[in-house]
Design a protein around this ligand. Sequence first.
Ligand code: SF4
Length: 90
Amino acid sequence: MSSATEKKTYEGQKITVTFEARRCLHAAECVRGLPEVFDPGQRPWIRPDGAEAERLAEVVRRCPSGALQYELVDGGAETRPGPRGSRATP
Ligand code: SF4
Protein backbone atom coordinates (compact mmCIF):
# COMPACT_ATOMS: atom_id res chain seq x y z
CA MET A 1 0.00 0.00 0.00
CA SER A 2 1.20 3.47 -0.69
CA SER A 3 1.22 5.73 2.30
CA ALA A 4 -0.63 9.01 2.11
CA THR A 5 2.23 10.86 3.64
CA GLU A 6 5.35 10.56 1.62
CA LYS A 7 8.00 11.64 3.98
CA LYS A 8 11.62 11.55 3.05
CA THR A 9 14.36 11.41 5.55
CA TYR A 10 17.73 13.08 5.21
CA GLU A 11 20.15 11.99 7.84
CA GLY A 12 23.02 14.13 8.90
CA GLN A 13 25.61 13.55 11.55
CA LYS A 14 23.93 15.75 14.10
CA ILE A 15 20.50 16.33 12.75
CA THR A 16 17.95 14.42 10.74
CA VAL A 17 15.64 16.36 8.47
CA THR A 18 12.40 15.01 7.12
CA PHE A 19 10.56 16.46 4.19
CA GLU A 20 6.99 15.89 3.20
CA ALA A 21 6.66 17.09 -0.38
CA ARG A 22 2.88 17.01 -0.24
CA ARG A 23 2.82 19.81 2.32
CA CYS A 24 5.47 21.99 0.73
CA LEU A 25 4.20 25.40 -0.36
CA HIS A 26 7.37 26.18 -2.26
CA ALA A 27 7.81 29.30 -0.24
CA ALA A 28 11.53 28.65 -0.52
CA GLU A 29 12.16 29.82 3.00
CA CYS A 30 14.49 26.90 3.38
CA VAL A 31 16.41 27.55 0.18
CA ARG A 32 16.75 31.22 0.99
CA GLY A 33 17.67 30.53 4.58
CA LEU A 34 20.37 27.97 3.96
CA PRO A 35 21.25 27.51 0.31
CA GLU A 36 24.22 25.36 1.32
CA VAL A 37 21.83 22.77 2.73
CA PHE A 38 18.72 23.15 0.62
CA ASP A 39 19.53 23.04 -3.04
CA PRO A 40 16.74 21.91 -5.33
CA GLY A 41 19.26 21.55 -8.14
CA GLN A 42 21.15 18.83 -6.32
CA ARG A 43 20.45 15.31 -5.29
CA PRO A 44 19.77 14.80 -2.51
CA TRP A 45 18.39 18.31 -2.34
CA ILE A 46 18.79 18.46 1.41
CA ARG A 47 22.25 18.00 2.83
CA PRO A 48 21.94 18.21 6.59
CA ASP A 49 25.69 18.35 7.08
CA GLY A 50 26.00 21.45 4.93
CA ALA A 51 25.54 23.73 7.91
CA GLU A 52 25.57 23.71 11.66
CA ALA A 53 22.74 21.68 13.11
CA GLU A 54 21.48 24.64 15.12
CA ARG A 55 21.25 26.91 12.13
CA LEU A 56 19.59 24.22 10.15
CA ALA A 57 17.04 23.63 12.89
CA GLU A 58 16.28 27.33 12.90
CA VAL A 59 15.56 27.37 9.20
CA VAL A 60 13.49 24.21 9.41
CA ARG A 61 11.35 25.86 12.08
CA ARG A 62 10.73 28.71 9.67
CA CYS A 63 9.11 26.43 7.12
CA PRO A 64 5.58 27.79 6.88
CA SER A 65 3.94 24.58 5.80
CA GLY A 66 5.43 22.13 8.23
CA ALA A 67 6.77 20.11 5.32
CA LEU A 68 10.18 20.25 6.90
CA GLN A 69 10.84 18.80 10.29
CA TYR A 70 13.95 17.90 12.15
CA GLU A 71 15.21 15.78 14.93
CA LEU A 72 18.47 16.34 16.66
CA VAL A 73 20.64 13.28 16.82
CA ASP A 74 22.54 14.77 19.72
CA GLY A 75 22.34 12.43 22.67
CA GLY A 76 19.53 10.52 21.07
CA ALA A 77 21.31 8.13 18.78
CA GLU A 78 23.39 5.97 21.05
CA THR A 79 21.62 6.54 24.31
CA ARG A 80 17.99 7.24 23.80
CA PRO A 81 16.73 9.91 26.14
CA GLY A 82 15.05 7.99 28.88
CA PRO A 83 14.02 8.95 32.37
CA ARG A 84 16.56 11.23 33.94
CA GLY A 85 19.01 9.60 36.28
CA SER A 86 18.30 6.17 34.94
CA ARG A 87 22.00 5.58 34.46
CA ALA A 88 22.69 5.44 38.16
CA THR A 89 24.36 2.26 39.28
CA PRO A 90 22.44 0.03 41.66
S1 SF4 B 1 10.38 26.28 3.53
FE1 SF4 B 1 8.97 24.58 3.66
S2 SF4 B 1 7.28 25.16 2.33
FE2 SF4 B 1 8.99 26.47 1.82
S3 SF4 B 1 10.02 25.44 0.12
FE3 SF4 B 1 11.02 24.81 2.01
S4 SF4 B 1 9.96 22.94 2.56
FE4 SF4 B 1 8.66 23.95 1.10
